[in-house]
Unconditional design. Structure first.
Length: 168
């Protein structure tokens, strides 16, 4: 038993040291400056209730306006959170909507509706800690309806390519 206690003690000491050392490996958590003229709300028709839902449930990972919670400063969780935010921004960044081509904008609007319909977003790993980001069925319907209406508005104005028609 004495040898087991000694092994256990050293195991705990090693893990504690690894935890302390890991705190010095800090990924960059950034919130780049937002040029409001390039943001989604200034590029599309975005009703206030839709914007409110997007800000609450999507903007932490899909904008430059991320709220970094306390646990995003503690390794190794900070590594995962930062990676998720960077990944989310690469795929869809509401803060830099103007950077997308017309075709990309149309596809992203369509995919917003689809990922909400399929309940693929927001991620369940996110909503576990961010209960306010969970979408009710009414909010899901609101986002789906907005995505469809915005897609139709863009098509009517000739702003989208054939891509969105193929996706429907």
């Amino acid at each position: 038993m004495n040898k087991m206690k000694k092994t256990m003690r050293w195991t705990v000491i090693i893990f504690a040291l690894l935890f302390v050392v890991s705190q010095f490996i800090r990924p960059a958590k950034t919130n780049p400056t937002i040029d409001e003229s390039r943001a989604l709300q200034n590029q599309v028709v975005l009703p206030a209730e839709v914007e409110s839902v997007l800000r609450r449930a999507c903007y932490d990972c899909h904008s430059n306006d991320t709220r970094w919670p306390w646990y995003s400063h503690v390794a190794p969780v900070s590594w995962f959170v930062t990676d998720h935010v960077n990944h989310g921004r690469r795929h869809l960044n509401f803060s830099d909507w103007a950077s997308y081509s017309r075709q990309d904008k149309a596809l992203k609007i369509y995919l917003i509706g689809e990922t909400v319909r399929l309940e693929a977003m927001p991620l369940s790993t996110y909503t576990i800690l961010h209960r306010d980001a969970r979408l009710s069925s009414t909010e899901r319907q609101l986002l789906k309806d907005w995505a469809r209406a915005e897609g139709e508005r863009q098509r009517a104005q000739g702003q989208t390519a054939y891509l969105i028609k193929l996706a429907e």
